[in-house]
Design a protein around this ligand. Structure first.
Ligand code: SF4
Length: 64
């Protein structure tokens, strides 16, 4: 099980899906792209983050 996550800024298209699926883990930055609020993922958010990784249209969410 991974405990750290990051968003590949070159791949993200800013669709916002991850912020909705894994609420509190990702945020949109000034460039309109998603970024992880904190690399370390809280235990109770891991399942949501996995779902977000699978749902991301560009597979931009990676283990950090
Ligand atoms: Fe970016 Fe993927 Fe999140 Fe959409 S789901 S905002 S493409 S990281």
């Amino acid at each position: 099980m991974f405990v750290k996550v990051k968003v590949n800024q070159d791949a993200c298209i800013g669709c916002g899906a991850c912020t909705a699926i894994a609420e509190g883990v990702f945020e949109m930055n000034d460039e309109g792209l998603s970024q992880a609020k904190d690399e370390a993922v809280a235990e109770d958010k891991v399942a949501a983050v996995k779902e977000a990784m699978e749902s991301c249209p560009t597979s931009a969410i990676e283990e950090a």
